[in-house]
Every structure is written in C-alpha cells, then in structure tokens.
Write a protein of this length. Structure first.
Length: 111
C-alpha cells in the first residue's frame, strides 16, 4: 500500500517528506511502528537521503530513536545501513541507544 501510494504521487518524494503537526514524517511513523516494508519503500523514495533519514520531530526524535525505543531491531539495522546518525540526541539529550536501553530492548542496543 505504501509503495502504491508513493508511486501514484509523481515518485512520492513530497508525500514522503510531509510531516504532521508533531513534525513526524511517514518515515518516522513507519519506523516507530516497526513496519520494515514501509521503511524500505520510503527510503527508496527518499533516495537514502541522510537529511531525510535523520529528520527529527518537534521533540528532536529521529526515526532511528523511535524504532530503537520500540524495540524494532530490524528497522534500526535498516536505518543504520542507510546512514542514520546514531550519535544524534533529542531534546532530553537521549540517543537511540538510550531510548532502547530505557525501554528494556537490550537486543536493539546491539543492532
């Protein structure tokens, strides 16, 4: 469904970059919910742009942080393989590793 939506919108780049009121773009939402297929489709649409991969919401949280906090190890690995910045921190000073560790996702901290 995500792929079809993106393809039906002139390549989908604008749709893939559109954020909601909290500053969360589709890549953030897909990562936060562990939707590997959607994350792959969005990364392909965004041409693996590191600026888009590390695009933070209004609280400074990136898709990588959201995936890590949810324990979505496969998504974390996918984002990392596309250049997501593991050192970025949010408004609280938390990194993706902090998110995973505080949520009890030990396996994700090892991704």
């Amino acid at each position: 469904l995500v792929t079809a939506l993106l393809q039906s919108n002139n390549g989908g780049r604008q749709l893939a970059q559109r954020a909601d009121g909290a500053g969360r773009a589709p890549l953030y939402e897909a990562a936060a919910h562990g939707h590997v297929g959607a994350v792959k489709a969005l990364l392909q649409t965004l041409d693996g742009s590191v600026a888009d991969i590390d695009n933070a919401d209004n609280e400074g949280r990136t898709p990588l942080m959201a995936a890590a906090g949810g324990g979505h190890t496969a998504v974390v690995s996918l984002l990392m393989s596309h250049g997501a910045d593991l050192t970025k921190t949010d408004g609280r000073g938390w990194s993706a590793i902090t998110e995973a560790a505080c949520a009890g996702h030990r396996d994700t901290t090892m991704a």
